[in-house]
Design a protein around this ligand. Structure first.
Ligand code: F6R
Length: 261
């Protein structure tokens, strides 16, 4: 894992967006994996800005989101499909037919999960997967004890995750109890992973994910096994990392990060 520590949440989001934009420019047909959540909003704002001001072209790329709530129709204000349309897809030149989220309204959820895995495979796999991290250490909605080799499936959200996301619902009791999510194994199959975490409330879980043991109690710790995983944080989210000075040293000295310094 490489950890890139930026001074502010805004700088961390900008760096994340730049890494994604550079990958998209290098391969306009890239398959992107995408995350939702509060942390990602400034990343998508920056990508939209790059589209308008720098001509960043999404016309050929394909996207697969990590997850979707069970039981919310795609036009529900809190569905992840709606989030993606409002934060990114409606503001760039992406072909909506190339954007994919699992269907949380599917009659047969198991079949939907299998079809989602098959669609990712048909697309040639995910080239670059954007990830956030929940307070319980989830990536996607892989809650504690998710098998490290799990595939796309239905998960039951933990009470901590419900507490984290329920305030986003006008009536918090309407927050679904289940979601469809790429599995930890599906995530690890992506060619590159890019995890963004900002804010003091992520500091403890980032330290566990990056420096703690690999354990299904902290799904994000499985990323330690990934050959190409970059973690971007602000100072606050990096504050509990024992190795943060070394992380800074690598960012300052590795020529590959030169254009991003
Ligand atoms: C959402 C997702 C989740 C979030 C995580 C952090 O698609 O995959 O893992 O990234 O819950 O959410 P925020 O950014 O709201 O703290």
């Amino acid at each position: 894992m490489e950890v890139l520590i930026q001074p502010t949440p805004e700088a961390a989001a900008r760096l994340t967006a730049r890494i994604m934009a550079d990958a998209l420019r290098a391969d306009p047909q890239i398959v992107l994996g995408l995350a939702t959540g509060r942390t990602m909003e400034p990343v998508y704002r920056e990508l939209v800005r790059m589209h308008h001001e720098e001509g960043l072209d999404f016309s050929l790329c394909r996207t697969f989101n990590l997850d979707e709530y069970v039981g919310l129709p795609s036009d529900h204000p809190q569905s992840y499909r709606r989030y993606m349309n409002e934060n990114l897809f409606n503001h760039v030149n992406i072909d909506l037919r190339n954007t994919h989220l699992p269907d949380g309204m599917a009659q047969d959820l198991e079949a939907e999960c299998a079809a989602y895995e098959a669609a990712i495979e048909r697309a040639g796999g995910v080239d670059l997967l954007l990830l956030g991290i929940g307070r319980v250490g989830h990536i996607g909605f892989n809650e504690p004890l998710s098998p490290l080799l799990s595939r796309t499936r239905v998960t039951v959200l933990s009470p901590a995750t419900i507490e984290q996301n329920a305030p986003l619902f006008p009536d918090p009791s309407q927050m679904p109890r289940r979601a469809l999510t790429m599995g930890v194994g599906t995530i690890l199959d992506s060619r590159r992973c890019l995890l963004l975490a900002t804010g003091e409330e992520k500091a403890e879980i980032i330290a566990k994910a990056v420096e703690g043991p690999i354990t299904s109690m902290v799904s994000a710790s499985a990323l330690q096994l990934h050959p190409q995983c970059v973690v971007v944080t602000d100072e606050a989210a990096a504050s509990r990392l024992q190795g943060k000075d070394y992380c800074r040293w690598i960012f300052e000295n590795d020529p590959k990060w030169e254009p991003y310094r």
